[in-house]
Design a protein around this ligand. Structure first.
Ligand code: UT7
Length: 324
């Protein structure tokens, strides 16, 4: 008998403002065709003026609670993965705790940029397996539109806003890979890569929020190499192979990265959940958004074996194997 962190509910929120690629043609030297062909992105959602990361996270959390048929007071811990909090502090997670009406347990944020949700899932699994918490609300929520340099065409067309949430609950399994829940994870970071993807401002440096800076083609090359590597490593830890995988649910940054990674993992695109065309890159929110949309589309079903994998600023990357 083995304790497993099993998915009980999932939900998401996307702000109502949808921006099509063509809108950028008026402000920077770009085309819908370039954005589509280089990234696979067709549109993205942007938060309304005054709409914050915590507000989006609360919407996603309430959707996940409804999906799980749970109330907020049944949650023991809340983890929010974000790089775009409302304030330097308090954490977005404690704002979510108050916003959903949860008056017990504990809440904190995790910052691993686009890999944040994979790090948050792994942390939630640790809380459950160590007995610290039995029901953990794990959220990815971002307002990357607030850290865009709108004159930089190489970044401003790529990102979007949104939030996704998952509720994990400790349940006893058989101790085999047939169990539902988190089965393995594999995390990495290498701070020597800081200059290829970063924000050029912050509390203790400039005292400003700063703007996202990226050397896209270098990030691209590293992403394809590291994502396939971490996916294989996590599967290897539990003796599974790509043939056992029902769905890759990757970080949604670029369709060409997603398909090159799937190819390296020898998994056909028919078994990959793709939402990048509609959401753009929503950083830590992209995987929970894809899980929620993938379930709503009827792609992800109970018992399916999922590989989630992501890479982002730091660089930080990793993967989680999850039986839905
Ligand atoms: O989520 C965190 C991780 N982030 C990512 O995974 C993003 C990784 N990188 C990428 O997705 C891709 O590298 C991009 C989509 C950012 C760029 O695609 P690329 O095929 O790597 O293009 P590139 O950076 O090599 O640039 C090709 C050309 C350049 O022009 P020159 O120097 O060849 O004349 C750019 O100036 O495309 C130009 N360019 C644009 N042209 C039209 C860059 N942005 C644009 C644009 N519209 N928006």
């Amino acid at each position: 008998m083995t304790l497993r962190a099993v998915v009980r509910g999932v939900g998401h929120y996307l702000p109502s403002r949808v921006v099509e690629n063509a809108e950028f043609e008026a402000t920077v030297e770009t085309t819908d065709e370039w954005i589509r062909s280089r990234s696979g992105i067709e549109r993205r959602h942007f938060a309304a003026d005054g709409e914050t990361t915590s507000q989006m996270a609360i919407h996603a959390a309430n959707a996940a609670l409804a999906d799980a048929a749970m109330t907020a007071d049944q949650i023991d811990a809340i983890i929010v993965a974000t790089s775009t909090p409302d304030f330097t502090f308090p954490s977005v997670a404690t704002m979510v705790q108050a916003g959903i009406g949860c008056t017990k347990g504990f809440a904190y944020d995790i910052q691993a940029v686009c890999a944040g949700f994979v790090f948050a899932l792994t942390s939630a699994n640790g809380l459950i397996l160590s007995g610290q918490a039995n029901r953990v609300l794990v959220i990815g929520a971002e307002t990357f539109s607030r850290i865009m340099d709108w004159s930089d065409r190489s970044t401003c067309v790529l990102f979007g806003d949104g939030a996704g949430a998952l509720i994990l609950e400790g349940q006893v399994g058989q101790g085999t890979t047939a169990d539902r829940g988190i089965l393995a994870s594999d995390l990495h970071s290498d701070g020597r890569y800081r200059d290829i993807l970063y924000v050029d401002g912050g509390v203790s440096s400039t005292g400003t929020t700063g703007y996202l800076r990226m050397q896209g083609n270098q990030v691209f090359r590293l992403a394809v190499e590291k994502l396939a590597e971490t996916g294989h490593a996590a599967l290897g830890k539990i003796g599974l192979t790509p043939d056992d995988v029902d769905w890759i649910v990757p970080h949604q940054a670029n369709l060409r990265i997603i398909s090159a990674t799937a190819q390296r993992m020898q998994i056909p695109m028919e078994r990959v959940v793709v939402t990048v065309q509609d959401h753009g890159n929503t950083s830590a929110a992209s995987i929970p958004l894809a899980l929620s949309v993938g379930k709503a589309r009827g792609q992800i079903k109970e018992g399916d074996l999922l590989v989630t994998e992501a890479i982002g600023g730091g660089m930080a990357w990793g993967s989680v194997i999850l039986r839905w």
